[in-house]
Design a protein around this ligand. Structure first.
Ligand SMILES: [Ca+2]
Ligand SMILES: [Ca+2]
Length: 375
C-alpha cells in the first residue's frame, strides 16, 4: 500500500508539472464541455493528448504487465486470420512528390501557445515523397509477416486505449488510469493486432490506420519499406498542401459546404461522440478528401509520429531541412485524431503539435513514411 501511495504522489507531482499552463483545477473527467465550435476554452491547453506516458499510469494493484500471452503465440494466431496472399497494392502505400523550396513552419497566431506552435519561421526543404495514407493494419501486417517484428506494446504487454471504445467487461478488469487524463486506460493485451485488448481484432479494419505503435515501431516499419519518418517540418509542409497561412489542409473553415474533411470528434468530449462525420473511431484510410498534394487524413483519424525530438522553443532564423533538437525525452506527433474536438484538443491544425515519450502507444496514434525516392 505504501508503495502504491508513493507512486501515486509521484504521478500527481508529474501531472502538476505538466499542467502548469492549464488554469482549470477541476479534474478533466468532471468538466462539462458545452462550448460552441467557435470558442477555445481554457482546458484545451491542458493535459490529455500528450499525457500517455507509461510512467504516468497510477497502478493500484501492483504488476501491470501480463506475460501469460506471449507475443509468439499472438503472432501465430493472427496469421490464421489474415489474407493468405494480399495484393501488392494493398500492402504498399502509394507515394506523392511533395515539392521542396521555401516554406513556413508554425504560426504567429497559435491556437495552443504552450505547445510551441509559434513563432512562424521560414524553412527551406528539399523535395521528398510521402505516403498518401497513414500506414494501415494490412500494411503493418505485411511487415510483421515478413520480419517477425514484435512491437513495444506487445513486449510491455499493454497499451493505452480510450475508455469510450472499451466494453464494460474489459473496463471492469482495469484498476489503473492516467492521472492527467482518466479516459485513457492501460489495457493488458492491447496492441496493433488486438486494438481493444484480448478478444478484439483487426480483420474488419485491415484498411484502417495501424494503432498502438511506438516511435521505434514506426521507424522500424519505415526502414523496412526503405523509407523513414518525416521530420516535423516535412510533415507540416506536406499538411498544408500548397496553401499558405491556413489552419487546415483544405483552408480555414472546418466544414466547408457543411462537409466533413477529416475524421474528428463531434459532440461533447469525452462523454458523447455523435459521429456526425460517419465514424466514432478510426475510419478506413483515404475516407475523406485529399489535400492539394494528394495526401489523405493528414489531420484527424490517427495522430502521426514524426522523427523530431520535442521542444517548445524555436529560433526565428531561417533553417534548411530542419530536424529539430539533437536530443530530448519525447517525440513530436502531428495532426490530431478521431478523438480531437475543439473544446479539448484543438490540435487538428497543420501548425498544431503534441508529444509522447517514444515508447508510448495508444488507440489513436499511428504514422506514415517519407523517402527521397518513391518506393
Ligand atoms: Ca469521427
Ligand atoms: Ca492522421
Amino acid at each position: 500500500m505504501l508503495r502504491c501511495l508513493t507512486f501515486t504522489l509521484i504521478v500527481f507531482t508529474k501531472y502538476t508539472a505538466l499542467c502548469v499552463e492549464g488554469p482549470d483545477p477541476v479534474p478533466p473527467d468532471l468538466v462539462v464541455r458545452t462550448q460552441s465550435d467557435d470558442t477555445v476554452p481554457s482546458e484545451s491547453v491542458g493535459c490529455g493528448c500528450q499525457s500517455l506516458k507509461r510512467e504516468s499510469v497510477v497502478d493500484t494493484e501492483g504488476d501491470r504487465t501480463d506475460s501469460s500471452v506471449k507475443p509468439a503465440v499472438k503472432y501465430s494466431e493472427i496469421m490464421n486470420e489474415m489474407p493468405s496472399n494480399p495484393r501488392d497494392e494493398d500492402t504498399k502505400s502509394q507515394m506523392v512528390l511533395i515539392p521542396g523550396g521555401e516554406a513556413l513552419m508554425g504560426t504567429d497566431d497559435p491556437g495552443i501557445p504552450p505547445d510551441g506552435e509559434g513563432p512562424q519561421r521560414a524553412v527551406y526543404l528539399d523535395p521528398f515523397f510521402m505516403d498518401v495514407q497513414e500506414v494501415s493494419n494490412l500494411q503493418f501486417w505485411a511487415f510483421v509477416n515478413a520480419t517477425g517484428y514484435v512491437t513495444e506494446a506487445e513486449q510491455y504487454g499493454d497499451s493505452f486505449v480510450f475508455e469510450g471504445i472499451l466494453s464494460e467487461s474489459v473496463k471492469s478488469q482495469i484498476s489503473q488510469a492516467v492521472a492527467a487524463a482518466p479516459w485513457w486506460l492501460p489495457v493488458k493485451g492491447a496492441s496493433w493486432r488486438n486494438p481493444e485488448g484480448r478478444g478484439s481484432g483487426i480483420t474488419e479494419r485491415l484498411r484502417h490506420p495501424v494503432l498502438h505503435v511506438s516511435w521505434k515501431d514506426a521507424g522500424a516499419y519505415c526502414s523496412w519499406a526503405l523509407k523513414r519518418l518525416p521530420t516535423e517540418a516535412e510533415w507540416e509542409h506536406a499538411c498544408r498542401g500548397g496553401l499558405k497561412d491556413r489552419l487546415f489542409p483544405w483552408g480555414n473553415k472546418l466544414n466547408p459546404k457543411e462537409q466533413h474533411y477529416a475524421n474528428l470528434w463531434q459532440g461533447d468530449f469525452p462523454k458523447y461522440n455523435s459521429a456526425e462525420d460517419g465514424y466514432a473511431q478510426t475510419s478506413p484510410v483515404m475516407s475523406f478528401p485529399a489535400n492539394g498534394y494528394g495526401l489523405y487524413d493528414m489531420v484527424g483519424n490517427a495522430w502521426e509520429w514524426t522523427a523530431d525530438w520535442w521542444t517548445v522553443y524555436h529560433g526565428t532564423e531561417r533553417q534548411q531541412n530542419p530536424t529539430g533538437p539533437s536530443s530530448g525525452t519525447e517525440r513530436v506527433k502531428k495532426g490530431g485524431s478521431y478523438m480531437c474536438h475543439k473544446s479539448y484538443c484543438y490540435r487538428y491544425r497543420c501548425a498544431a503539435r503534441s508529444q509522447n515519450t517514444p515508447d508510448s502507444s495508444a488507440s489513436n496514434l499511428g504514422f506514415r513514411c517519407v523517402s527521397a525516392e518513391p518506393r
